[in-house]
Design a protein around this ligand. Structure first.
Ligand code: ZN
Length: 63
């Protein structure tokens, strides 16, 4: 099986990829993030307007 973290070569994923409180990139409000890839609070996501400013083309199929 493929593991995301190789104990010998160090973590492949970001070290900060853990659920915790993070600042939303849009409104700078603290929110409960599921992981490193979640940087926008639910309220901003719900507004859908964040997609206009942050094109997710690079992240397609990667998260
Ligand atoms: Zn927000």
């Amino acid at each position: 099986m493929t593991k995301l973290v190789d104990q010998d070569n160090g973590p492949v994923r970001a070290i900060d990829d853990v659920p915790k409180e993070r600042l939303c990139l849009r409104c700078r409000t603290l929110f409960s993030s599921e992981g490193f890839g979640e940087r926008i609070c639910r309220r901003c996501k719900a507004s859908r307007s964040w997609k206009m400013g942050v094109q997710p083309t690079r992240a397609l199929g990667r998260w």
